[in-house]
Write a protein that binds this ligand. Structure first.
Ligand code: ATP
Ligand code: MG
Length: 365
């Protein structure tokens, strides 16, 4: 029976409100017997800026490095619009990603049956959807050098971004894709644009190579990223795991997100490489949505994305697959019973508060 160390970073806006609901799930797990959780809590984002003048303190960073997983709420808000770029609330999250070396971003797109009619897509296109977008997070065009705007002197300027990928960066994300696929429906679709990009040519080659060296039991398919975007909207159920670079992954995961409806439903995980000695990965789990300052303090926030993110921690950091499935089923059952926070409510639906939704999910557990 293991004890896992969690660092909770609720952050700003609705962050603390939705984190309160995760704490109920943690308390339920701790009372249940089996693996238990030890939690520490610290400030991040605007809350940390107000207290320390920076978006995450060194002490909180040390706690994050020592934790088995970081559970992150959301940061930012109009209150901090004027603060310096280096200490803006979002810098806290970027620092965590960088120092924990979280190179893989996992975003599931799941359609809960009770919400299938809320999607903009037809019921049969969306019903039962369960796909996973795996985005490379620390390389590619967002970080490549040179990255600049130069003055050409004739009234013209030139903006330059550079897309760079090295073999090892593609190898580690490809391996993760195949390993994730083995726990799912055993299929990986790799997306790039090898017809126009050298990084695409290399991406394709390295993914193929990793596949041949130990993952041939997993079905591998290659798709050009533009065609992939089209297929994602046309018939998303053809996919299982989609693996792609930082830029295409940013776009495709937002598209996939909106297939299933509200921002308040979408969890994510960011994972690092397994430690050489312990085999454990550094990991951070957070909802896809932001701090929603417009509804903070009103009890209107949907806690499901945050709770489902903790569910991903159970699945990907702690091998508590049975418990992760329980959390997912409790969310589905609560929706099935008709409970809706304001973001999910249709005309005539009764609306429940953040805390009522959390309580209902724990009761379902
Ligand atoms: P960020 O830049 O941090 O991604 P954003 O500007 O994209 O933030 P969000 O904070 O995600 O925006 O909010 C976008 C809209 O979605 C807002 O109207 C917000 O109220 C709503 N929203 C976001 N998360 C939730 C949630 N958990 N429950 C209900 N509504 C939400
Ligand atoms: Mg946003």
């Amino acid at each position: 029976m293991a004890t896992h160390k969690l660092l909770l970073l609720p952050g700003d806006g609705i962050g603390p409100e939705i984190m309160a609901e995760v704490k109920k799930v943690i308390a339920w797990l701790n009372a249940r017997g089996g693996d238990t959780f030890e939690t520490e809590e610290d400030l991040v984002g605007g809350a940390a800026y107000d207290a320390h003048g920076k978006a995450i303190s060194e002490e909180a960073m040390q706690k994050a490095l020592a934790a088995d997983a970081v559970i992150f709420g959301a940061v930012g808000g109009p209150k901090w619009d004027g603060v310096d770029y280096e200490v803006r609330p979002e810098a806290g999250l970027l620092r965590l990603r960088k120092d924990l070396e979280l190179f893989a971003n996992l975003r599931p797109a799941i359609c809960y049956p009770a919400l299938a009619d809320a999607s903009s897509l037809k019921h049969d296109v969306i019903e039962g959807l369960d796909i996973l977008i795996l985005r490379e997070l620390t390389g590619g065009v967002y970080f490549g050098e040179p990255k600049e705007i130069t003055d050409l002197g004739n009234g013209q300027k030139r903006g330059v971004d550079t897309q760079v990928y090295d073999t090892y960066e593609i190898e580690r994300i490809a391996k993760m894709a195949f390993e994730l696929a083995r726990t799912r429906r055993n299929k990986v679709t790799s997306m790039e644009k090898r017809n126009v990009m050298k990084t695409g040519v290399l991406w394709h080659e390295v993914v193929d190579d990793v596949h041949k060296r130990g993952y041939e039991d997993v079905e591998l398919e290659h798709m050009l990223a533009d065609a992939g975007g089209m297929q994602l909207v046309r018939w998303p159920k053809q996919f299982d795991v989609i693996v792609t670079d930082n830029l295409f992954g940013d776009m495709l995961s937002d598209v996939a997100a909106m297939l299933t409806g509200s921002l308040g439903m979408l969890p994510s995980a960011s994972l690092g490489a397994p430690d050489g000695k312990t085999g454990k990965r550094k990991a951070l789990y957070e909802p896809v949505h932001g701090s929603a300052p417009d509804i903070a303090g009103t009890g209107a926030a949907n806690p499901i994305a945050m709770i489902a993110s903790f569910g991903m921690a159970l699945r990907y950091s702690f091998e508590m697959v049975e418990e992760a499935d329980l959390v997912d089923r409790a969310i589905a059952a609560t929706l099935e019973k008709g409970l809706r926070t304001r973001d999910l409510a249709g005309q005539g639906d009764a609306v429940v508060s953040t805390a009522e939704m959390g309580d209902a999910i724990v009761a379902e557990l």
